[in-house]
Design a protein around this ligand. Structure first.
Ligand code: PGA
Length: 259
């Protein structure tokens, strides 16, 4: 099955109002071509969503948020609802990023609630999963990723499941400069697709986009994207430089083979 490549740029807690706008402007200028055969989304910090969204509005790049509340509204100081995000023109959201799971204590259960809230509110979701270095060293990487995924998919209908993008992001590769090898990425993606197959069926699972994240840079993107079953990437550090991010986007249009 042919899956449309996907590239996300996760700015994390970086940029300021001026530098975020400059980055968005540079991306918009270079990405006016709406016919490019891939989905590109940037995920700026909450306070800059509106200004970045305006700058990207004439481009082919969609606007994403890095998180959302699992609740619709109410007395939840500091939280941001799905409706607030859609109000700002946000169409995508990250759910379950490892920094939220491991540094901010988000449980599998909370991730599942956020996933449901986002999808029911009409947002498209990148669901992030991945194992830590310790888990990998102790040989349970596959079990950890499978459990994260099963918990997220447990109550998800087939109609919602076929819409999500899953990001395999091994925690040890995020921000470390040590990306997974192409073989590691291919194997993990196969395992993720197998979990989706057993939860739903192979037809549905073969349509789900699974992207790789963790120290993606222009120098390794093509090799990783050439692996069958790798449908693009979620880019952190390299998404803060317009040239690097766009060159990773080009690698995705050239290098991706469905499998
Ligand atoms: P990185 O981050 O590209 O800086 O490793 C990826 C991510 O956290 O999504």
């Amino acid at each position: 099955m042919t899956r449309r490549p996907f590239i996300g740029g996760n700015w994390k807690m970086n940029t300021d109002l001026a530098s975020g706008a400059a980055l968005a402007q540079a991306l918009a200028t270079e990405s006016a071509d709406r016919s490019a055969p891939l989905d590109v989304v940037v995920f700026p910090p909450f306070p800059y969503l509106q200004s970045v969204g305006r700058l990207l509005s004439a481009s082919a790049i969609a606007l994403g948020a890095q998180d959302l509340s699992s609740e619709a509204n109410g007395a939840l100081t500091g939280e941001v609802s799905a409706e607030m995000l859609t109000d700002l023109g946000v169409t995508w959201v990250l759910v379950g990023h490892s920094e939220r799971r491991h540094r901010l204590g988000e449980s599998d259960a909370l991730v599942a609630e956020k996933l449901a809230m986002a999808l029911e509110s009409g947002l498209s979701v990148v669901l992030c999963v991945g194992e830590t270095l310790e888990q990998r060293k102790s040989g349970c990487a596959h079990e950890v990723v499978a459990k994260q995924l099963e918990s997220a998919l447990q109550r998800l209908s087939a109609d919602f499941a076929r819409e999500i993008v899953i990001a395999y992001e091994p925690v040890w590769a995020i921000g470390t400069g040590v990306a997974a090898t192409a073989d590691d990425a291919r194997e993990a993606h196969q395992e993720i697709r197998a979990v989706a197959t057993s939860r739903y069926d192979s037809k549905l699972a073969s349509g789900i986009r699974i992207v790789y994240g963790g120290s993606l840079v222009p120098g390794n993107a093509r090799t990783i994207f050439a692996e069958p079953g790798v449908d693009g990437g979620l880019v952190g550090g390299a998404s803060l430089k317009a040239g690097d991010f766009l060159s990773i986007c080009s690698a995705a249009t050239i290098g991706i083979t469905a499998g």
